[in-house]
Design a protein around this ligand. Structure first.
Ligand SMILES: [Zn+2]
Length: 233
């Protein structure tokens, strides 16, 4: 069996409710990571996700590269989005039990990396369980000690853009890739994964229902979608 936790970044968007409905229909658990500004642009869509019991984590307020920011700016990005998310949880009438964090672009902040990790720890962010990953690089990169949520497999479907030449077929190739340049090969029996997908309306316009296509491909290959679990360090 291949066990995978699905995460969906860059909510909210117009297509967020359709994604929520699809995942509910298929009984697929998910963690969504919201960008504060985008949640404010699509408030009803975020509340829809929250009311459907989805854990929504912090993905910064404006989606910058953290390595381009000062430590104070990094903290502000995190805190501003915390305020936004807290108020959305309140509006949705849902208790906020878990607070995972994901860096935009997986950029951990360069020279400020340790200071940001320390800040995430102080602020009580929750670490997504990763003790099941036996990829040597996960520990070599110290990812087992980091609070933020990285991934083991990136669909990279955000590359489907006008004139990019990147298509659904390229995502399919990634799914079947045995020696990926980054992350871990997906379809290896008895492996565990953290999957990265995005809720981009732009992708839906060019590849309608892209998320269904990829998720169904995974199910066809025996991937089992697991519930989010958290650990404390
Ligand atoms: Zn993002």
């Amino acid at each position: 069996m291949i066990r995978a936790l699905l995460t969906i970044d860059d909510v909210s968007s117009k297509n967020t409710p359709a994604i929520v409905d699809y995942l509910a229909e298929k009984n697929i658990p998910v963690i969504m990571f919201a960008v504060g500004q985008w949640a404010q642009n699509y408030p009803d869509q975020l509340i829809y996700a929250l009311k459907h019991g989805i854990i929504v984590g912090n993905h910064s307020y404006t989606h910058p590269n953290f390595s381009a920011l000062s430590i104070e700016e990094c903290k502000k990005e995190i805190d501003q989005n915390e305020e936004v998310l807290n108020s959305f949880y309140e509006k949705a009438g849902v208790e906020r039990k878990y607070r995972p964090f994901r860096f935009p672009y997986g950029d951990k902040g360069g020279a400020n990396k340790d200071a940001i990790q320390q800040y995430l720890r102080e602020k009580g962010f929750d670490k997504v369980k990763d003790t099941q990953f036996d990829y040597p690089w996960w520990k070599e990169k110290g990812l087992d000690k980091d609070i933020d949520t990285l991934w083991t497999f990136d669909f990279a479907e955000y590359n489907i853009r006008p004139n990019s030449g990147f298509t659904i077929d390229d995502v399919m190739k990634r799914i079947y890739e045995k020696n990926p340049g980054d992350g871990a090969p997906l379809l290896v029996d008895e492996s565990d994964h953290l999957l990265l997908l995005h809720a981009h309306d732009e992708t839906d316009e060019l590849a309608p229902g892209y998320y269904k296509i990829f998720i169904e491909e995974l199910m066809k290959n025996g991937v089992s979608f697991v519930e989010p679990e958290f650990i404390s360090l």
